[in-house]
Design a protein around this ligand. Structure first.
Ligand SMILES: [Zn+2]
Length: 76
């Protein structure tokens, strides 16, 4: 039995350069236990209806994952 959910690939590089830079700077590394160390090799995907950017910590190389909170227009 498997309860694995599928990741839906998204294109991180389709974002604005400013946005990309912000994601690469605003990180949390579990290994270093520090914020904003930066990440490399970002990969964006959707998982369980949420969007994440996963990369490697620029300092230690361990995986670093950031959840993307979209600023959607009001559609209420
Ligand atoms: Zn690290």
């Amino acid at each position: 039995m498997s309860d694995e959910q599928e990741r839906i690939a998204r294109d991180f590089y389709a974002r604005d350069p400013e946005e990309q830079a912000a994601f690469l700077e605003n990180t949390w590394c579990n290994h270093c236990q520090q914020v904003d160390l930066g990440m490399t090799e970002p990969v964006e995907y959707e998982f369980l209806g949420r969007i994440f950017v996963e990369g490697k910590c620029a300092v230690c190389g361990e995986p670093s994952i950031t959840e993307v909170v979209e600023d959607e227009e009001d559609d209420a």
